[in-house]
Design a binder for this molecule. Structure first.
Ligand SMILES: Cc1cc2nc3c(=O)[nH]c(=O)nc-3n(C[C@H](O)[C@H](O)[C@H](O)COP(=O)(O)OP(=O)(O)OC[C@H]3O[C@@H](n4cnc5c(N)ncnc54)[C@H](O)[C@@H]3O)c2cc1C
Length: 406
């Protein structure tokens, strides 16, 4: 039996962070909303390191308390390592006023926590139901199939597509666009037995630059497991074995920063993911908006994915609310242009990470450098603060500081 109504104000596709938070905001504003989710939660998804901006957005959706109760490891900054060099960012020391911490979350637990909190408010979630067709020629109508293939239609006044890697509406409406980010590859797993050395760096996220041209993350969780992954251009993987587990072992053996991982075992089968960068022709259309990873995903290096997912869900939900209340809204300006501004800051940081200029800056920053505080706010996800020169003029500022760092 499905909890899915035959009509509602807003249908949300996908119950990841973007979908759950959009549903929470719409429900809070008094609209009827239903969520269709293809999988059964908890389910694995990658994307475990959050940014402080997430805390503002979870707060607005009244989801902060539920997540806080899970006791996730508190993330107060990020530590970049290159052999014995280090660059240490603390979110307490940043340009933009904002949160000084966030969390490192096993996403299966985090996503289920958010979804359960919204479901408990009376929002219907149709688990293991998939949107398989959508018609926007009149009132938005989505066709939803259950596991047996049985179909039903849901009419709504608006559809928010938060289907992430599933890319429901981009596929159904032919909105997919190849990303202009070069194809990269990621191999990752959860580890048991990480020998965390007690001290200030014990529970922190480490981002390690590797001689191969790839980089790796170490993200400790409060459940005792540690997430480990390696990301890079395809050519950076040429010297590693193809098979994911052997690849991760080779990466671990190749850098002294991974000493702590040498005696670990895999708690989650190592996986490999390629060509995950994606884009779309447009972020909205008559009767629908795309949010989260259903829009554009660039690269995991600055952990921006969940932040952008929540930001776009927040912005789209607020725009829908205004529209359904009868206000005139300009989706291009109010939503798409706003999102692109923030995404483009991360695009500059991502591009210059891989061309080597950003690591050059990071590893030459003096601890009290004012530039470091400005860059820290970008790394905290405050990419809409136009007072910050590294937001307002991201390309020019990064290029300028890179020149001075050479
Ligand atoms: C290697 C790698 C590392 C990453 N690391 C980070 C990180 O450290 N921090 C970070 O913030 N981000 C990271 N990301 C990005 C992160 O994974 C995503 O940005 C984030 O999960 C997006 O959330 P979402 O809510 O948009 O989508 P998702 O979390 O993918 O949720 C979408 C949901 O929609 C459902 N769905 C799909 N199709 C349909 C359909 N047709 N009908 C119904 N339901 C459907 C899916 O089952 C899924 O549950 C990383 C990405 C990669 C590739």
């Amino acid at each position: 039996m499905t909890a899915l109504p035959s009509s509602c104000d807003v249908l949300v596709i996908g119950a990841g962070p973007a979908g759950s938070s959009a549903a929470a905001l719409l429900h809070k504003a008094g609209f009827s909303v239903a969520v269709v989710e293809k999988q059964k939660f908890p389910r694995f998804v990658i994307g475990e390191s959050l940014l402080p901006r997430v805390m503002d957005l979870l707060g607005e959706a009244d989801l902060l308390e539920a997540a806080s109760a899970r006791g996730y490891i508190v993330k107060r900054g990020a530590l970049f390592l290159r052999k014995e060099e280090r660059c240490d960012f603390s979110f307490a020391d940043q340009f933009t006023p904002g949160w000084d911490h966030t969390w490192q979350v096993p996403r299966a637990d985090f996503d289920q926590t958010l979804a359960s909190a919204v479901e408990a408010r009376g929002v219907p979630f149709a688990w293991e139901h998939e949107v398989v067709a959508a018609d926007f020629s009149g009132a938005p109508t989505c066709t939803v199939a259950d596991l047996s293939g049985a179909k039903q239609t849901v009419r709504s006044r608006f559809v928010i597509d938060a289907s992430g890697y599933g890319r429901a509406l981009p596929r159904l409406l032919d909105l997919d666009l190849p990303s202009n980010f070069p194809p990269r590859k990621a191999v990752f797993a959860h580890l048991r037995g990480d020998h965390r050395k007690p001290g200030p760096d014990e529970n922190r996220i480490w981002i390690v630059c590797l001689a191969s041209g790839a980089w790796a993350w170490i993200i400790p969780f409060s459940n005792g497991l540690t997430s480990f992954g390696v990301v890079g251009p395809l050519e950076a993987f040429a010297g590693y074995p193809q098979e994911p587990a052997a690849c991760l072992r080779a990466v671990m053996a190749g850098d002294p920063n991974f000493e702590r991982l040498r005696h670990t075992e895999f708690a989650l089968e190592p996986r490999s993911l390629g060509g995950y960068a994606c884009s779309v022709k447009r972020l909205h259309g008559p009767g629908f908006a795309l949010v989260g990873n259903a829009t554009e995903f660039l690269d995991p290096v600055f952990s921006s994915g969940v932040t952008l997912a929540l930001e776009s869900a927040n912005r789209a939900a607020k725009t829908v609310i205004r529209q359904l209340r009868g206000e005139t809204v300009d989706w291009e300006q109010d939503y798409a242009a706003y999102m692109r501004r923030g995404i483009n800051v991360f695009r500059t940081f991502g591009t210059t990470w891989y061309d080597g200029s950003l690591p050059r800056i990071l590893f030459s920053l003096a601890p009290a450098d004012s530039v470091k505080r400005m860059m820290c706010s970008v790394l905290a996800g405050y990419v809409w603060d136009l007072d910050n020169p590294f937001v307002r003029e991201h390309e020019r500022k990064v290029a300028q500081v890179a020149r001075l760092s050479s």
